[in-house]
Design a protein around this ligand. Structure first.
Ligand SMILES: Cc1ncc(C[n+]2csc(CCOP(=O)(O)OP(=O)(O)O)c2C)c(N)n1
Ligand SMILES: [Mg+2]
Length: 338
């Protein structure tokens, strides 16, 4: 049954959202899986079991869950280095993601890519990229492939607010508009580019307007509200698919943890983080709606929590028992110039 509920949140976009209990429960569960997976990754990093870079997605879960909810199997996805949430939302196996984080052969890149470089051709997930903004032209190329092959797919290209200041982003926007490519550019605006706030790094604060010169339309949405994201994504995806042309969706979000695992956090106050956690948390907001609109019982939440705890635990066990890659793997899966 589809109900229309009044939004109890401060969504800037929506007053009413049609949805079912099953749908909202699914988003709640998907966001919680990312949250618990990331919390565990943070712990494993602290224990020295994950090495190298590791950027946690905690706080931003509603973005990828709301957007992936409206994509179709033939669509492709590409993102930057804060990517574990995107992989889980693309239905990649948490075991393979955790094993990659811990550098094991059972990982998606055989333990050789780590946190920032995982891919799944099967799930149409094209990474995982460490160079800020580099995924944008690559994703535009994927959008070109959809058009060239006529497979009806679109490419969803995620980037951060910092990435929109990179030159190659605008070269990609130009081509996407000129060649009418099915590219949906998602700007995950979490307010910071490492330790630099958006007020200090961006001229003009409305990032969804960055495509105006190319005739690319843009929308802004509250990224702490999974229903608002989903509704905005639905419209945007429909536009891109039907017109075969690009669009920008700026999703206002927030990360609770540091930029990466080593972050002195001197660029924002504890009060600012606490305020977002306490008053805007996307998981708590979904839970509050499930209770107020559908009277979902405590037992349902505890059984979801239990199920997720087991999935995450299994992923850690798998990661710890999967061997490290052999030395002979050192030169495989790489491009070598003849
Ligand atoms: C081309 C390039 N320049 C600089 C860096 C260093 N760097 C890594 S992450 C980052 C900030 C990017 O911020 P944003 O796009 O907002 O993404 P977020 O970390 O907030 O998800 C920078 C400058 C890099 N990896 N690549
Ligand atoms: Mg950012």
């Amino acid at each position: 049954m589809v109900t229309t509920v009044s939004q109890k949140t401060n969504s800037t976009v929506l007053k009413t959202v049609p949805m079912t209990q099953a749908e909202l429960l699914k988003y709640y569960r998907d966001m919680l899986l990312i949250r618990r997976f990331e919390e565990r990754s943070g712990q494993l990093y602290g224990m020295g079991l994950i090495a190298g870079f590791c950027h946690l997605y905690i706080g931003q879960e509603a973005v990828v869950v709301g957007i992936q909810a409206v994509l179709q199997p033939q669509d492709t996805v590409i993102t930057a280095y804060r990517d574990h949430g995107h992989m889980l939302a693309c239905d990649m196996d948490p075991k393979g993601v955790m094993a990659e984080l811990t550098g094991r052969i059972g990982g998606y890149s055989k333990g050789k890519g780590g946190s920032m470089h995982m891919f799944s051709r099967e799930k149409n997930f094209f990474g995982g990229h460490g160079i800020v903004g580099a995924q944008v032209p690559l994703g535009t190329g994927l959008a070109f492939a959809h058009k060239y092959r006529g497979d009806g797919g679109i490419c969803t290209i995620y980037m951060g607010d910092g990435a929109v200041n990179q030159g190659q982003v605008y070269e990609a926007f130009n081509m996407a508009a000129l060649w009418k490519l099915p590219a949906l550019y998602i700007i995950e605006n979490n307010g910071y580019s490492m330790g630099t706030s958006i007020t200090r790094h961006a001229a003009g604060q409305h990032l969804y307007e960055r495509g105006i010169a190319y005739g690319i339309p843009g929308e802004e949405v509250d990224g702490m509200d999974v229903l608002a994201v989903k509704a905005a994504a639905e419209k945007a995806v429909q536009y891109v698919r039907e017109t075969n042309s690009p669009m920008i969706l700026e999703v206002k979000t927030y990360r609770y943890r540091g930029h990466s695992m080593s972050d002195p956090a001197k660029y924002r106050t504890k009060e600012e983080v606490d305020n977002m956690r306490q008053n805007f948390d996307p998981i708590e907001r979904a839970k509050a709606l499930l209770i107020s609109e559908f009277s979902v019982a405590d037992e349902t939440f505890s059984s979801i929590e239990k199920e997720i705890k087991e999935i995450v635990l299994e992923s850690v066990e798998f990661a710890q028992t999967s061997p490290e890659p052999e030395a002979s793997e050192l030169m495989t899966d790489i491009l070598i110039n003849p």
